[in-house]
Design a protein around this ligand. Structure first.
Ligand SMILES: [Zn+2]
Length: 425
């Protein structure tokens, strides 16, 4: 299957040497900063407030000197200065669409869509000229489905703009139109595969699907395995946000998500906004090189880390590792930050643990942390398991907690991994 994917979209750019890449990014960064300063009211005011000029930000590290824009800042800027908050630069041809995403945040859709980042992602997922692709992302109000639609055109693929819902119609379309590609959420693809099986199709033979591009939701490896096994296809994911577009995409090697060339991605300390070293987990902060809606140091609220080592696919870009969760899932206990992924790390060492939940409470002005654990099966020596988990928690989280075993089903499936029940008066 990998063979079919030889030859890359925009190969020259994706495979440029580290040195060339650095020079390219530096040049694009200074270009967008200058452009933003000249044409975007909001960006100019940010520089002016600091007494800085765009020429003073010369490289990646210098970006730290600029403030971070959070989604909440964008929402309030847009309320004060509707509809786009003064970030926008009105192109001569005007705005083709006005999109809205939760917040609400309004985004201007450019007349001629030129951003190639999603197209790069689609290409890396295995889609090619001539493919017939079911786009099940929502074409209603938000931009993702439209961006992908335009990007499929760049590849030379044909789109079936079906949107989500109506699973049996999706299956029928796949059969009638000999659909070879799928775009949508992984859970929706799984639902389609299961429904097709329920309709007594041999999903490996009766569907022509060869590649699926998924996103907009967490995508655990276990789900990927299930879908790839069921359908005998490759499933690759990309990561991005509706405000700033594509920020990373998997290649056939699936070892992290390649950061496209036309965006600068930083991983920063959520408290200080300072850049973290490669490999350390922090918030994804981005500066895309979009000239319609320039955004400088936009904080995504998602947590990840950078991977620098070479990828066998030949792309030389830095990669984003796994998305580790949201910054707002971080909880402070005894003054120490606890992230859900740290708890995952602990529990991965105990295969007998089926499900867990950490509950933080407060008693007599002191934090208390309880780790509720549901087991896959009964174990003989619960006491030493309890001690083992508690020791590991202390080591990884640097916080003491007490393990309590619950009955099967005692922790609801959708329960928050870290449930903060402290009441502050
Ligand atoms: Zn790669």
């Amino acid at each position: 299957m990998i063979d079919r994917m030889k030859g890359y979209f925009n190969e020259e750019k994706e495979k440029m040497s580290k040195r060339k890449r650095e020079a390219y990014l530096k040049q694009r960064l200074s270009e967008i900063l200058r452009y933003g300063y000249r044409h975007s009211k909001s960006i100019r005011s940010r520089f002016d407030a600091l007494g800085l000029k765009p020429e003073e930000i010369r490289n990646f590290k210098d970006l730290e000197r600029l403030p971070i824009t959070k989604k909440a800042d964008l929402v309030s800027a847009q309320k004060a200065n509707p509809p786009f908050g003064g970030f926008e630069v009105m192109p001569k041809k005007g705005v083709r669409r006005i999109y809205m995403s939760p917040g609400p945040v309004f985004e201007p859709g450019e007349w001629d869509y030129k951003d190639i980042r999603w197209a790069q992602a689609l290409y890396a997922s295995g889609l090619r000229r001539g493919d017939v692709v079911l786009n099940t992302f929502n074409y209603h109000v938000t931009p993702l489905a439209f961006m992908l639609d335009e990007s499929l055109q760049m590849l030379g693929a044909t789109v079936v703009p079906v949107g989500p819902g109506n699973i049996s119609m999706q299956i029928q379309l796949m059969r009638q139109l000999h659909v070879t590609g799928f775009l949508g959420t992984p859970s929706f693809l799984m639902a389609i595969a299961e429904a097709a099986e329920g309709m007594r199709f041999d999903v490996k033979k009766d569907l022509d699907l060869k590649a699926a591009f998924v996103g907009a939701e967490m995508f655990p490896e276990s789900l990927r395995k299930k879908i790839e096994g069921k359908l005998n296809i490759l499933v690759r994911q990309a990561y991005g946000t509706v405000d700033v577009g594509c920020l990373g995409y998997e290649c056939p090697e699936k070892n992290g998500m390649h950061i496209p060339e036309d965006v600068m991605v930083e991983i920063v300390d959520t408290e200080t906004g300072k850049q973290l070293e490669t490999g350390a987990t922090g918030e994804i902060v981005v500066t895309p090189f979009s000239k319609t809606f320039p955004m400088i140091r936009f904080a995504t609220g998602d947590l990840s880390y950078l991977v620098e080592d070479a990828c066998p696919c030949g792309r030389t870009s830095t990669r984003l590792g796994k998305i580790m969760g949201r910054t707002d899932q971080v909880t402070k206990v005894f003054g120490i930050f606890i992230h859900p992924w740290q708890v995952d790390e602990v529990m991965a060492k105990f295969p007998v643990v089926a499900n867990y939940q950490i509950v933080v409470t407060r008693k007599d002005y002191r934090d208390e942390m309880t780790i509720y654990i549901e087991l896959k099966e009964e174990v003989g020596d619960k006491i030493s398991l309890k001690r083992g988990v508690e020791k590991e928690v202390q080591e990884v989280l640097k916080v003491k907690g007490e393990v309590i075993f619950t009955v099967k089903g005692g922790i609801p499936d959708r329960a928050k991994k870290i449930d903060d029940r402290r009441i502050w008066e």
